[in-house]
Write a protein that binds this ligand. Sequence first.
Ligand code: SF4
Ligand code: SF4
Ligand SMILES: [Zn+2]
Length: 245
Amino acid sequence: MHTSKECQICHQALTMHESYAGNVCSNWRCKDEALQQELVSFRKKACTDLGCDHPSQYHIIVIPEKSIRQTEQVTETQLADFVAHLKSLLGIKVLEYSPSVLSISHTQEAASTIPTSTLTKICAACEGYCCHHGGSRHAFIQQATINRITDEHSIEPGPEIIALFLSHLSATHYVNSCVYHSRQGCSLPPEFRANICNQYECKGLQQASEKLAGNDSQRFFAVSRRDNQIVKANFIDQDKTRHYP
Ligand code: SF4
Ligand code: SF4
Ligand SMILES: [Zn+2]
């Protein structure tokens, strides 16, 4: 059953259900267009409030937002679990140790076309949403990670590797997240991270890569959304980040 209310994009009459949900019909094109309009006006308002002149110079990207932001010391249980994981990898490693195994998994360079300093700022703006998955997956460290480290750093596959990983734990990390996920970012240096940690691009980073292609401006307006609502944003320039609000 349709109502007298119209979709603000395509002007078709909204159904009762659509009219309760808002001013847009359920066609994905209308939803997408409405979101783009909302993001552009949010960027304009943020630019006015922060006193910047050219909102359109900032490419809009949408990054995820996590509502629980508490930190704590890595618990004894988490630590024991992490060490047990490393030990089990090292056990396999000792059995399978051979130069041919080592040579297949060198560090893969980050595939991203986004300059590293900008990429770091975008990930800092979202405070490492994807790193929460590293909490239940032992920081994504796998056999290939251990092989790569022993190969590239000439470290014996034994207790020295465990000591190395433990030496990079920070005093606190985000609750239920990766043991290395601290307020300052990842406390594990890139050369010791799993390849996925150095290569993963969420939808927001993919948007950023696409927007950089053939475009002079390397500035971003990174909008954090949670439950389909805009929560906050960051203007990201090469030399600084400005938070909004
Ligand atoms: S890759 Fe995406 S989700 Fe992960 S920290 Fe960076 S911006 Fe956040
Ligand atoms: S090792 Fe670092 S980059 Fe990888 S999941 Fe943990 S905090 Fe994130
Ligand atoms: Zn519509």
